[in-house]
Design a protein around this ligand. Structure first.
Ligand SMILES: C[S@@+](CC[C@H](N)C(=O)[O-])C[C@H]1O[C@@H](n2cnc3c(N)ncnc32)[C@H](O)[C@@H]1O
Length: 318
């Protein structure tokens, strides 16, 4: 359940959106230029942006309501800008498709209103449904078109590992930016531990079991394995999430189709607290290099505010 102040923009949300916008800028350049170089690759003329947890499209800032653009609007504007630029310089047509998934009816209605003015310029479809139920059909629709997936669930119970594995096993080019929330896991992990060692004091044990199931759905691991990993350091759990879920298909894929992942730790600077990890996966090192430099620049801005340490971006090759 989303808190009432969720749509008040936070500095770390702004940093996340900046990262998304910068990356999409380069992604469109790369993908659109490939489509021109290889005109027989018809699927490349319809690249997809999928916002798997779209939100309502706009954030509030102080007393000003719906004033800051959220991820779907940022992406739509970027694709329209890049489409127009590319078509006028390359003389070649490109038809990007925007797919926005939002479970909450009220948010999806607001989103519909906010994106309406753009429909004249780009193909947009809003899907008011559960991401876990519809992602397979979105992937079927796109076939081998290149796709960028923004997976910004904001919690763990909404995001099943099997759904992420569907994205990961999509055929062809797929880039994934995934918000890996830390708090929920630690909380649920702690609850689970208290049940297993007999120190749990609450009365609704069924709720705890439901939560444990959700944690298992998210990590794709048994709770025992998860607790073992988090016992040492929850970075270990993150590394295993990457290898079990994001890199799940790597063993089956040919080397040029294997995903590589880089990690950015998103902090709430005021409270000096880790809020989530942003995980970026792509099969192309040119893409991870672009994102690495975007992560580093964002870290530099962040570290200018808090310390003089050189920023560090973790690379996972498991
Ligand atoms: C973190 S917010 C998204 C923010 C948005 N990406 C942005 O940056 O502007 C997560 C959204 O996912 C929606 N949501 C939650 N569970 C969902 C589900 N199972 N399927 C689709 N959407 C869901 C919530 O209603 C909420 O609007």
């Amino acid at each position: 359940m989303i808190k009432s102040d969720y749509w008040d923009i936070k500095p770390h949300t702004q940093r996340k959106l900046e990262i998304l916008e910068k990356y999409l800028n380069s992604w469109c350049d790369i993908i659109f230029s490939y489509s021109k170089k290889n005109p027989n690759w018809k699927a490349w003329q319809t690249p997809y942006y999928v916002d798997c947890f779209s939100g309502k499209g706009m954030y509030h800032s102080g007393t000003q309501k719906n004033i800051i653009k959220g991820s779907p609007v940022i992406a739509i504007e970027k694709f329209i800008e890049k489409k127009k630029q590319f078509e006028s310089t390359a003389g070649f047509q490109i038809n990007p498709k925007i797919r926005l998934i939002e479970f909450n009816k009220k948010y999806s209605e607001e989103l519909t209103t906010f994106v309406k003015p753009y429909e004249i310029d780009i193909d947009i479809k809003i899907i008011n449904d559960d991401f876990n139920d519809v992602i397979a059909s979105v992937i079927t629709e796109m076939g081998t078109s290149p796709a960028f997936f923004f997976v910004d669930a904001g919690g763990i119970k909404e995001l099943k590992s099997e759904s992420v594995e569907r994205i990961v096993s999509k055929k062809g080019a797929r880039d994934i930016l995934l918000n890996y929330v830390v708090n929920g896991q630690i909380r649920i992990g702690g609850l689970a531990k208290s049940v297993f060692d007999g120190t749990y004091k609450g009365d609704k044990i069924e709720d705890v079991f439901k939560n444990i199931e959700r944690l298992e759905d998210f990590t794709g691991l048994s709770i025992y394995d998860f607790l073992e990993e988090t016992d040492n350091d929850y970075k270990e759990a993150l590394l295993n999430y990457v290898s079990n879920v994001l890199h799940a298909n790597n063993k089956l894929n040919s080397p040029e189709d294997r995903l590589q992942t880089i990690v950015y730790d998103m902090k709430d600077l005021k409270r000096q607290k880790l809020v989530y990890y942003l995980l970026f996966s792509s099969r192309k090192s040119v893409a991870t290099d672009v994102m690495k430099s975007i992560f580093k620049n964002s870290k530099k801005k962040e570290s200018n505010q808090i310390s003089m340490f050189e920023p560090n971006v973790l690379e996972i090759n498991k």
